[in-house]
Design a protein around this ligand. Structure first.
Ligand SMILES: Nc1ncnc2c1ncn2[C@@H]1O[C@H](COP(=O)(O)OP(=O)(O)OP(=O)(O)O)[C@@H](O)[C@H]1O
Ligand SMILES: [Mg+2]
Length: 369
């Protein structure tokens, strides 16, 4: 057995997945020949065990075919990177459940829905908080009738503002009226974290979180900061809104957030004088989308002037006019959401483990799903 014979035999062993052999790659070294005994090292760049095995098998076969008897192949592969072991993270562990209210599109009624669902849940006996996570466009203080009211600061923590039996916090309550914010993504993440860690929320049954429109930094940081128990998507019946809502539902899936359903807002119009319901944008058009995501429409909320005036004047319809058709529908939606939350908890509870940033850096912060 000579060096040349060994080299030419090993030149027939292709590096798995490539059209180049292991000798040409320069992976073969420390060749030792003793009669017909051959030993050598192969330094490979893959940590996949099947790559090492394939090279070992083929090299052995090739060398046997040229007369080698004892063949020792030492494969040096990089270590399999330690799998990051992200754990579920909760910056507000005393809050029992988190409900994320989202939409792909702006202006479809997320904040209105958040306020009325929060009030409906409180009316059903739950201890409820309402977090306005819309850092750029906080509307919740106005809708809850507490615009201009500043929260009490205790040390470096802030007490939530109380209104309609609910604890509330918003960037709008922390900054001066009309001041606009031009924040970068990293600062949005910081703000969301502080809203969860540095606000003195009580031991809430549920924190309802009104998100900014879209699927961006705020959504990801929220999902990474607390295990979101359920996500609710708000849409309007027009197709353009539905396209965006599909993205919002898809985001819940990617973030491993159980879907509590869809609120189809501005679904029909109830005339204030006659109480007759008219179809304006279409109704029930989100049905197929709900099916696609294995969920359901939990409320069709009509366009009602009292919903808008309730928002503008800080008098939420569910609180001030609980017998109105919209209030009744918000109440039913809240019951349905609570049923989802209970079901999630009964089957082990929410976890945000799969969306934690993983090490080493450069690996996607989202799960690979
Ligand atoms: N069902 C409804 N009937 C009448 N007016 C409504 C209804 N839903 C929402 N509105 C009004 O539409 C406007 C937009 O609603 P809202 O602010 O809740 O939307 P949003 O999705 O939170 O918007 P943004 O994306 O800007 O945060 C508000 O003036 C609100 O009062
Ligand atoms: Mg809003």
């Amino acid at each position: 057995m000579t060096n040349e014979i060994v080299n030419s035999a090993l030149s027939k062993v292709m590096y798995p997945g490539f059209t180049k052999d292991i000798v040409t790659f320069g992976f073969v070294n420390n060749v030792e020949i003793n009669g017909n005994d051959v030993s050598f090292n192969v330094d490979i760049t893959s940590s996949a065990p099947e790559v090492a095995q394939q090279i070992k098998d083929e090299a052995t076969d090739e060398l046997k075919s040229v007369g080698a008897t004892n063949i020792i192949v030492n494969i040096n592969a990089p270590k399999i990177p330690e799998a990051a072991t992200p754990k579920s993270k909760n910056l507000a562990p005393h809050v029992k459940n988190f409900l994320m209210i989202s939409s792909g599109k702006g202006g479809v009624g997320k904040s209105t829905t958040s306020v009325n669902i929060a009030i409906a849940l409180a009316a059903q006996g739950k201890k409820v908080g309402l977090l306005d996570a819309d850092i750029y466009g906080p509307n919740i203080p106005r809708m809850m009738g507490v615009a201009g009211i500043k929260p009490e600061v205790i040390g470096n923590k802030v007490l939530p503002i109380k209104a309609y039996g609910i604890e509330m916090m918003s960037m709008g309550s922390l900054m001066d009226d009309g001041q606009s914010l031009m924040w970068r993504g990293a600062m949005i993440m910081k703000a969301i974290e502080q809203f969860l860690r540095d606000i003195l929320w009580s031991e809430l049954d549920v924190l309802v979180i009104d998100m900014p429109p879209g699927t961006g930094d705020a959504q990801l940081s929220l999902a990474q900061s607390v295990p979101v128990t359920a996500g609710l998507t708000v849409t309007t019946p027009q197709s353009v809104s539905l396209d965006d809502s599909r993205r919002s539902l898809d985001m819940f899936r990617k973030l491993d957030i159980p879907i509590a359903g869809i609120v189809e807002n501005m679904s029909g119009f109830i005339a204030p004088d006659t109480g007759v319901e008219y179809d304006i944008f279409g109704k029930g058009t989100s049905g197929p989308m709900a099916e696609e995501f294995d969920t359901k429409i939990i409320a069709e909320i009509p366009i009602e002037p009292s919903i808008r005036t309730g928002g503008d004047e800080g008098k939420p319809v569910t609180f001030v006019d609980p017998t109105s058709e919209s209030a009744k529908r918000y109440m039913r939606a809240a019951e349905s959401i609570w049923a989802t939350i209970e079901a999630v908890n009964a089957s082990g509870g929410a976890s945000n483990e799969s969306v934690q940033p993983t090490t080493p850096p450069g690996v996607s912060a989202c799960s690979s799903k």
